[in-house]
Design a protein around this ligand. Structure first.
Ligand code: AVI
Length: 323
């Protein structure tokens, strides 16, 4: 029996009525694109969870190891009683694993899919009744509107998983500036950043032997069919994922297996054999560049924790003036 007093609150802030327009605009570009945010429908979110279990996909377990080893030091830096704002909360598992150390006063789970988060939050609220919980359905990649129910004090933005790498560098800076603006004087950020490493490790992580990342990438076409009413035939496309050393990023593409026409209400586009749709970039940083990016966004006093191989970094930095 669920105690109503403990039910987390759910707020849907900016449902995306423009998804179809955005998809159509990307598909009509000379070099077609689909935004990576469309990777995450219900099936895509499950496939991403499966990716995180793959032996080739090192970021999740490497970051988890850093939290396990250095979580107490992170909690000392952040202090108890924070307003923990989890950007891209998903199943909320990463933040929840830190609750005993961080002891937040309020936990705000923000995700593009409010439904996914609400289920997870309902379960968590029973385990941690002392923490106020709130689910926000918001596409925070473009704006960060926080309702008044989010405490203004001691805001700690939690952005793990190296999702910052999915922004182009300029957009990453703009995003971090928005987060900084929402922090308040006593706010801070705790962020996971994937670091540059052996290219073969990166290639394998984004093109795994089981083909789970391929399914995750191809599923974006099914999602586009649902949102746009297009008629992509998934079997006519092939996944590609590889490191681009010039731009220091992993790129994911879908490549047409044959010449074809894709139709959606009011429009169509022809693709030649071998033509690509660019679906995702995942930038890999040098540690000093990541710290510099945070500094340019206004964050100070960065503390960095890494794994022994220096594959991944977790960084805590304050929004206020340097001490
Ligand atoms: C969510 N994001 C950090 C993942 C990444 O590694 O860029 C998404 C992903 N794409 C393919 N595999 C995982």
């Amino acid at each position: 029996m669920i105690n109503l007093m403990l039910m987390p609150c759910t707020v849907e802030l900016n449902p995306a009525p423009t998804a179809a327009n955005e998809l159509a605009a990307g598909l009509m570009r000379d070099a077609a694109t689909i935004s990576p945010k469309f990777l995450y429908d219900a099936l895509g979110s499950k496939l991403f969870e499966a990716i995180c279990e793959l032996p080739e996909y090192y970021p999740t377990r490497t970051e988890a190891g850093i939290f396990a080893t250095h979580g107490a030091a992170m909690a000392r830096a952040a202090g108890a009683g924070a307003t923990l704002i989890d950007l891209g909360a998903g199943n909320c598992a990463k933040a929840a694993s830190l609750f005993p150390l961080l002891q937040p006063r309020q936990y705000v789970a923000v995700d593009i899919s409010a439904d996914f988060v609400t289920d997870a939050l309902n379960r968590l609220q029973q385990r941690f009744p002392q923490i106020g919980m709130l689910a926000l359905g918001v596409d925070f990649s473009s704006e960060l509107p926080l309702p008044a129910t989010v405490r203004a004090q001691q805001r700690l933005f939690f952005y793990p998983g190296s999702s910052i790498g999915n922004f182009a560098p300029d957009d990453a800076l703009a995003f971090l500036q928005r987060v900084h603006g929402a922090c308040g004087e006593d706010g801070a950020i705790l962020i996971g950043v994937d670091l540059e490493k052996d290219h073969a490790v990166l290639d394998a992580a984004y093109d795994d032997a089981l083909g789970v990342t391929g399914a995750f990438n191809l599923n974006i076409l099914r999602h586009a069919n649902t949102l746009l009413g297009s008629d992509f035939d998934v079997r006519q496309w092939r996944h590609e994922g590889f490191f681009n050393p010039v731009l220091s990023r992993v790129e994911m593409h879908l490549t047409a297996r044959c010449r074809q026409t894709v139709r959606w209400p009011g429009r169509s586009r022809q693709f030649t054999e071998g033509e690509r749709i660019h679906t995702e970039n995942s930038y890999k940083y040098r540690q000093e560049h990541a710290v510099d990016l945070l500094a340019r966004a206004g964050f100070t006093d960065a503390q960095v924790w890494t794994d022994p191989a220096h594959w991944f970094a977790v960084i805590y930095a304050r929004a206020g003036a340097a001490t």
